[in-house]
Structures are given as C-alpha cells and as structure tokens.
Design a protein around this ligand. Structure first.
Ligand SMILES: *Cc1c(COP(=O)(O)O)cnc(C)c1O
Length: 391
C-alpha cells in the first residue's frame, strides 16, 4: 500500500490490515509478532535485516565455498570499506569480546589457542573499569580471561603487570566511571597492552565504525544485528592486523579453538558484508528525519488525551543512543494507570507493542519502527490512556 493510500485509511483499519499481514510464519506456530518501539534488545530479537542483507543470505545459501578463505576475504573487504587495518566476523558483539580476549591471550601461538580456556602460564588478566562490568563480560571469562576491576587511574596503572593480556573498555559506560576514555587508552599505550573497546551498540554515530580504531583502540567490537541491521548472529571485530590475525586463528571454522562453538555461517557472513556496504552509503540524516517524524506522529496522537504529555527528545551521547525517542508522562490524578501497567497493556494488545517503562515515564524508540507502524503505536497508546481516564 502506498503511504498516501495508508494515510487515508482510518487508523484502526490500517492497523488491523498491517497486523494481519505481518508475522504469519510466527503466528502459525503460536508466537505473536510485535512492533518494536523499545530498542535493539536481544530478547526482542535485536533488529530487522536490511533487504540487501536478506537477499545476500538467500543467495549465499546456494553455494559451497572454502570457509577459511571466506572469513579472511570478507574481513578484508569490510576493513577496506571502513578504512581500518583489519576485521574479523564474530558471532555478535559478545562474540567480538570473546575473540578479542582470546587473541590478546594467545596471540598466534597454536598451542595456546588449542589450550583455551585453560590459561596456565599465559597472560590472562583483563582490566576493566568496575562501573563498566556487565553481563557481556562473561565472554572474556569464557575465553579464559580473569577480570580485574579498577576504579581510578591510579588503580589502573597499579593493576597493569606482566600477566595483563588486555584492557577492556565499554564505550557506552564512560559516564558511569571515574576514568575517561583518553586516560584508559593512554594507560594501555604507555604499557604496550592492547586496549579493546566494546562498542557493540554505538551506532549512530556512523563514524564510530572507523573512528574508534583511528583513535587508537587496538580492537573494537560491534554488533552486526543492532543498528547495522545485519544478521543477529553476527558481529565485527576491527583493529590491528596482528591481533585480527590472532582472532582469525581462534575463530571458526578452525577446529579445536574457543570460538569454534560460536560458528557464524556463510549466510551470516555474506549478510553482514551486505549490511556494512549499505550502512556505509546510507543517508543517515534522512534516517534521523524519518525517525523524528515517527515520534512526532505518536506525540500528536497521545497529546490529544487530556492529562498526557508526550515530548520528542534525543538522549546525549555517550551513555545512550543519540536518536529520537518519545517520553510520555501523565497526571495520575487524571489517568489511573501505572507506567509498567501501560507497557503491559500495549504488549498484550493486538498488535503487540513493546515500549520501555520506568517509574515515572514510558519511553519509545523510533529507529526500529517500520513506516506505518508509528500510526499503530500512536493509536494503541492513545487508546490505552483514554480508557484509563478517571471519570
Ligand atoms: C548489545 C551489546 C552487546 C552484545 O552484542 P550482541 O551482538 O547481542 O552479542 C555487548 N556489549 C554491549 C555494550 C551491548 O550493548
């Protein structure tokens, strides 16, 4: 349906049409597809493939190829597109943490590679800022890394010793700690220890794909299945040629390696390549404009309900995604509905809509909505709020 034709339909009819058209493959097995106004959460399956990645995966699935050569060739092509020295394909942002840690611990030593996660006699300490610790650092421990927490620059310098394999930074967590990115990077450089940056969700800004490596991080990890809109089970490890070579040796399809258990197939590898090609050429300003219009459309719908205040905002970077969001608050004297309860009603409605609920607001993300879905979200949210009005 053309956007114009869609705009002329009553919201309810249009929403029902969209809902009935979408997600049939899942409905057949009793899974209800959802509209994602929450964000790139793995529990909601991350993001949706760009069409070019989807097509590349179907095409890639038809042929056999030499796998080791495919890994290296696609890595080199991606490195060229992003203007960084080298790249490897991992099984997601988390896979890039695992590969980075393994590469820093073993280098290109085949015996050490075979022994992971047993690191007896090897450098195995991974230094992290305490406030950056998160569930994904499990991947460093999976590779045999022993995580050492530090809070200040003094503690960081003291912690570096002959057993230090890697310094591990989480880009989005910078505002939470007492050590700046510059200080962390400088400490690594001064000691000659590789510094990894987990930038899994750090797009936009698109420049980050090249910038972080150019700033001097030895290794940088990105998720393939978030803003890049490549396959969910793919990620990028970018950085220095020596270390990427070590990562390749620890990676699938090499057997008897730590990352052999994190296989990324030829379909994902070719899908990720297509997604990177698309992202590098994308009109990011046009995306931002479109996302802004989605949020404004929803704001218009819900601001019609009296007692409700919806405003579009862009959270500051780093620390959050610098893309348009909508913050919705209401006067509980006028509308008797807790924020979490509102999110639950949206989730359980038809079509199901996912948003973020806090104690004092709900927030909606713009960047995963398909055109048209903003109208469904606005209609559903207004309906839920209207029905909870007192009196
Ligand atoms: C999402 C995320 C990851 C994990 O990425 P996957 O591609 O889902 O494995 C790791 N670190 C951070 C900071 C993330 O936001």
């Amino acid at each position: 349906m053309s956007p114009l034709a869609a705009a002329l339909l009553p919201r309810r009819t249009y929403a029902a049409q969209l809902a009935s058209l979408h997600g049939d493959i899942y409905r057949q097995i009793g899974i209800k597809p959802l509209i994602n106004a929450a964000g790139t959460y793995t529990t909601l399956t991350g993001s949706l493939l760009v069409p070019q990645a989807r097509e590349a995966m179907v095409e890639a699935a038809k042929y056999f190829v030499p796998f080791i050569e495919l890994q290296k060739t696609v890595g080199a092509r991606i490195a060229k597109i992003l203007d960084v020295p080298a790249a490897a394909i991992s099984s997601g942002g988390t896979g890039s943490i695992l590969l980075a840690t393994a590469a820093c611990i073993t280098g290109k030593d085949r015996d050490k590679i075979r022994r992971l996660p047993d690191t007896a006699g090897m450098k195995n300490e991974v230094i992290m800022v305490k406030q950056h610790r998160n569930g994904f650092d499990h991947a460093s421990r999976t590779a045999g890394g022993k995580i050492i927490d530090v809070e200040t620059v003094g503690e960081l310098k003291n912690a570096i010793n002959s057993k230090t394999a890697m310094l591990s930074w989480v880009n989005i967590k910078e505002p939470l700690g007492k050590i700046t990115a510059r200080e962390f990077l400088d400490a690594g450089k001064a000691a000659g220890i590789p510094v990894f940056n987990d930038a899994a969700a750090e797009l936009p800004p698109a420049e980050n794909l090249s910038l972080l490596v150019k700033q001097g991080y030895d290794l940088v990890g990105f998720s393939g299945g978030k803003a890049l809109r490549g396959p969910q089970a793919s990620g990028l490890l970018l950085g220095r040629a020596e270390l990427i070579e070590a990562a390749h040796l620890n990676n699938n399809p090499h057997s008897d390696t730590i990352a052999r258990a994190c296989k990324v197939g030829k379909e994902e590898i070719m899908g990720l390549l297509a997604a990177v090609e698309v992202y590098a050429k994308r009109d990011h300003a046009a995306d931002m404009k479109l996302w802004h219009s989605f949020m404004q459309s929803i704001a218009r719908d819900v601001n019609k309900v009296s007692g409700v205040k919806a405003e579009v905002y862009i959270p500051p970077y780093p620390g959050a995604h610098p893309v348009p969001y909508l913050r919705v608050r209401w006067d509980e004297a006028a509308i008797s509905l807790k924020y979490a309860e509102c999110a639950r009603r949206l989730r359980e409605g038809e079509p199901s809509v996912e948003v973020n609920a806090d104690d004092d607001e709900i927030t909606l993300a713009s960047y995963l909505l398909n055109p048209g879905e903003e109208r469904i979200v606005g209609w559903r949210l207004a309906e839920v709020l209207q029905s909870a009005r007192r009196g």
